[in-house]
Write a protein that binds this ligand. Structure first.
Ligand SMILES: Nc1ncnc2c1ncn2[C@@H]1O[C@H](COP(=O)(O)OP(=O)(O)O)[C@@H](O)[C@H]1O
Ligand SMILES: [Mg+2]
Length: 348
């Protein structure tokens, strides 16, 4: 019996250069065994089965109706890049706290309450929230510092602040967003790594300052991060980040200060992969690595790793409930009557 062709489906938005090159590369290297297509998403029904073996999602952050489709596809056994459950749960503050514990240097960061309260709340809704101690915050993060959304992207609402006054002015512009305030790393160089499948890390010198001149940060051709102790540390840290967060497609940025790479932005589950911004040599590396990776995945039995979600085990048993734990079942004990305190002896 002929082997069934495996399929890799691409979900994209406005992009032109990456999808075309990616699909061509998979179809050429897939050698008739693996085929790449544009995903087709109709009205999603609950009992839809697995439509593709691997799905590469580059747009669900902008087209939200793809999210339930992607989750349903993961439920049915597809391998979705990136994990649609984790992407929704993720945030930059948690990520900083996590990877710091794994030995990655990160800027000191605090979370601030939304400047504008949710209109459906009152003072009473905020009873758990303590007053902010700005002096303590400024002493911790120092100046300059960056104010930015805890789950942002595309440099929106990212403010570099040199004084408390600038923090207050920019904070007032952030409305209901949840913002973090973060130590500013005054860097001697900057590296953006494009990461495919957790272990393929393509480090590229990056000039964020170009944004002020042209509207975009710029990739720079250089071998600065190709070898040596700094390059090795960047490679290790990027792999630690990708393994810890589980992303198969990510860009991980490091600002290098005094020879130490600080991870600045590493929650980019649909990173820029455009030919014109990456430039030809890096674009080629990305397309090559990515097409190899999805072909390997499609040929394997891999699916999105949902083993840590409780429903996965329940599916196997048709919804059988686990035995109730003794602590939950046990009847509450009658509280023992407090012992009467001995009256102090009356003194005459
Ligand atoms: N803590 C920081 N120290 C130095 N530069 C920073 C810091 N945070 C952000 N930046 C600069 O601002 C840019 C945008 O911030 P980033 O966290 O990447 O936001 P976004 O997710 O919107 O891209 C970064 O590429 C970097 O140049
Ligand atoms: Mg960024």
């Amino acid at each position: 019996m002929a082997k069934q062709k495996k399929t890799v489906a691409l979900l994209v938005g406005w992009e032109e250069t990456f999808p075309k090159a990616f699909i061509e590369a998979v179809n050429t290297k897939g050698n008739g065994e693996v085929e790449a297509v544009f995903a087709k998403v109709g009205v999603t029904k609950m009992n839809d089965g697995k439509a593709y073996d691997v799905i590469v999602d580059r747009i669900s952050h902008e087209i939200h109706m793809y999210k339930p489709w992607l989750k349903n596809q993961a439920l049915k056994g597809a391998y979705v890049i990136n994990d649609p459950f984790w992407w929704l749960a993720d945030d930059k503050f948690f990520d900083n706290a996590l990877v710091e514990q794994l030995g990655v240097a990160v800027p000191k960061t605090v979370v601030l309450p939304s400047f504008t309260p949710n209109p459906n709340t009152s003072d009473k809704s905020h009873r758990n929230m303590m007053l902010m101690d700005w002096e303590d915050i400024f002493n911790y993060v120092g100046f300059p510092c960056f104010l930015k959304p805890y789950d942002g992207g595309g440099w929106k609402h990212v403010y570099k602040c040199r004084t408390p006054q600038e923090v207050f002015e920019n904070y007032a512009k952030s409305g209901q967003l949840v913002m973090v305030l973060q130590e500013g790393i005054e860097f001697e160089s900057y590296c953006r790594c494009l990461c495919i499948g957790k272990d393929t890390v393509i480090p590229i010198k990056y000039d964020p300052g170009a944004k002020e001149r042209t509207g975009f940060g710029a990739y720079v051709q250089s071998d600065e991060f190709e070898k040596g102790p700094l390059a090795e540390r960047i490679l290790r840290d990027a792999r630690v980040i990708n393994h810890a967060l589980g992303y198969d497609m990510n860009s991980v940025e490091f600002a290098v200060r005094d020879g130490i790479p600080y991870a600045i932005d590493f929650m980019n589950p649909a990173p820029d992969m455009d030919f014109y911004s990456l430039t030809e040599p890096y674009f080629k590396k990305v397309v090559d690595a990515f097409s190899d990776y999805v072909i390997e995945l499609a040929k394997s039995e891999a699916d999105t790793n949902t083993r840590h979600y409780p429903w996965r085990d329940m599916l196997k048993t048709g919804g059988k409930l686990p035995a109730v734990k003794a602590a939950v079942k046990a009847k509450p004990r009658k509280a023992a009557a407090p012992k009467a305190k001995a009256e102090p002896a009356a003194t005459k």
